[in-house]
Design a protein. Structure first.
Length: 144
């Protein structure tokens, strides 16, 4: 997964921009491990475990393992070539009326799988293909 550079954190904690930055970037969980860590901190369980087991209780390792095993879906950025393919498709407001060929669907699945970190197989199910295209279109529109 590609590392994105975070926007600079506002210095004045009283501003709306600071609160929005914290809500968007500091509290965002990478996966299940971060969520479990937040729950144990909010309930005080983390302090009890550190008191009983010591500072190196293994919580950080478990958090990293859970984040790796159960990450939240954070899409990768499009490559320039992928963006051009999607731009050709989605720039036409009537793209949904167009019938896609099998090779086009396969190419779109390759893009979808890389960007969404999945390994879906192209299917003949129209609603399955449409669902993936809708996700790609939402992500594409964020680039505009």
């Amino acid at each position: 997964m590609s590392e994105e550079k975070l926007p600079q954190k506002p210095k004045d904690k009283r501003t709306k921009q600071y609160k929005e930055w914290v809500a968007k970037y500091e509290t965002a969980s990478e996966g299940v491990g971060d969520t479990v860590a937040k729950i144990t901190k909010a309930t005080g369980i983390d302090k009890a475990v550190k008191f009983l087991a010591g500072e190196d209780c293994g919580c950080d390792d478990r958090k990293d393992t859970l984040n790796h095993l159960f990450p939240y879906n954070k899409p990768n950025c499009f490559t320039e070539q992928e963006f051009e393919v999607l731009d050709e498709l989605f720039s036409n407001p009537n793209w949904r009326l167009r019938t896609l060929l099998g090779e086009e669907i396969k190419a779109l699945y390759v893009i979808y799988n890389r960007v969404m970190n999945t390994s879906d197989v192209p299917s003949g199910c129209g609603s399955c293909v449409t669902g993936r295209l809708n996700k790609l279109e939402r992500l594409y529109k964020e680039y505009l």
